[in-house]
Design a protein around this ligand. Sequence first.
Ligand code: HEM
Length: 539
Amino acid sequence: AALDPAETSPVSKALAPEQGLQNGAFLTTAEGLRLPDTDHSLKAGPRGPSLLEDFHLREKITHFDHERIPERVVHARGAAAHGVFRAYGSAGSVTKAPFLAEQGRETPVFVRFSTVLGSRGSADTVRDVRGFAVKFYTAEGNVDLVGNNMPVFFIQDGIKFPDIIHAGKPHPDREIPQAQSAHDSFWDFVSLHTEATHHVMWAMSDRGIPRSYRTMEGFGVHTFRLVDADGATSLVKFHWKPVAGVHSLVWEEAQLAAGTDPDFHRRDMADAIDAGAFLEYELGIQVMPDSDEETFEGIDLLDPTKIVPEELAPVQPIGKLTLNRNPDNYFAETEQVAFHTGHLVPGIEITNDPLMQARMFSYLDTQLTRLGGPNFAQLPINRSHAPVNDNLRDGMHQSVIHRGVAPYLPNSLAGDEGPEPATEPQGGYVQVPRLVHGEKVRANPVSFDDHFSQATLFYASMSPVEKLHIVEAFTFELGKVYEQPIRERALGVLANVDADLCEQIAAGLGMPAPVGKPADNVQPSPALSQISPVPGPIA
Ligand code: HEM
């Protein structure tokens, strides 16, 4: 019994999206039975009681009772749009991934923007990191670039992710979001884990309150490894640059909008698309030579709390993203989309960044719960546009009628037409061989100990008004911390970033400013001291 890829694919006729149109002339049950009345339950006389045999009442109520699925454990609030990515062809020298490398190649995309900490019903304009997750439906399989609107992250090792999220989410006793109540646990965490300092600076800057998704940058954050057609590799960072420029709200606007229009960002995006003012971003890469050390100009490329300044490695444009269509159904598309850093195609690989390594586990794992079992790749929004022949079978919510009796490999029953693993020349995903060795330890490289040099550089690159906004943001947020020792510790951290910044915030809090204590044995990249940061345009 030969396996027919068209029949065994989850992208089978049985799952055609048109099936969901529900445009018949009559109201029916889920089984297609025409219904005469959906306003009155079946009762024993007009005054009841309702009868258990009323299958329509039971089906209607039961389905409603189960309409909700768990919200995402992080990034629960989001809004999304469809669009297209067009490659300029300039990436052809560094990657063999056709959707990036081939000039003019157009790839459909689905992009979900999100806040991180708020629940599904929270306000759009709160101070937070924004998710910028892009699913490319490439002809070689789906690729997800699951990024944020800030180029660095709070922690260096994914094992701390539950801790930073527990510290930032609403307090477990009263479930009061920190933005409206005590801020103690967040500031406790980031002042005890000083690797967070650089990201905290970005979050307290105007980047934490974007004006619109249209005017927000996106970053892959981690260093990726690109592989060209000859097998040569480079290390890269991905950047999305909005064609409309980078613009933020001011704090008063953000607070007003959170009260008067909590849907400010999602409305702005949907209205813009409806009006034909499509969202546009250029994708760019910073290209660094690959090496055993995985450093560039003294910057550890495996440390996700570090950027590579554009003065040292310019961002080279490789394609353009246009978001031009609103989703038809929030639940089916925006809620059910499942991004995963492990969705890759030949030409793109991850690196040993310990934050990324944990993410490679987390996304599929959480989606098994959130989307109710292992078959969510069959949902319309998640389906690959490349043929699927995966030998994955059965499970909750299986929607495909697989044919054949031999879903295993190798097998001698499927004949010549059965699926075979593809070799690299045939387009199979084969990781570039790299030597891995080392003692089994729970430890970071020494380079990860530099927690402040890039936070200092970030502050120095701000214009006077942007610096003022940062001072005001810290003063406001730390002003909500009840525990005095946490405020003192947070100020102590800021003293290591910039004495003037620390003094201004301390003055605002009515506290003495501590003096910075540079850590021993930390050697920041000498290249950083040669950069004269030029403040960018006022955000
Ligand atoms: C969700 C980005 C680190 C676990 C997301 C989303 C984005 C994102 C954009 C929303 C996806 C969507 O719209 O559906 C990032 C970035 C990170 C990072 C840029 C660091 C650079 C981590 C780490 C972990 C993690 C370290 C865990 C070890 C999750 C989980 C979700 C999520 C569980 C929910 C996914 C779902 O339910 O579909 N992340 N994340 N993230 N992230 Fe991350």
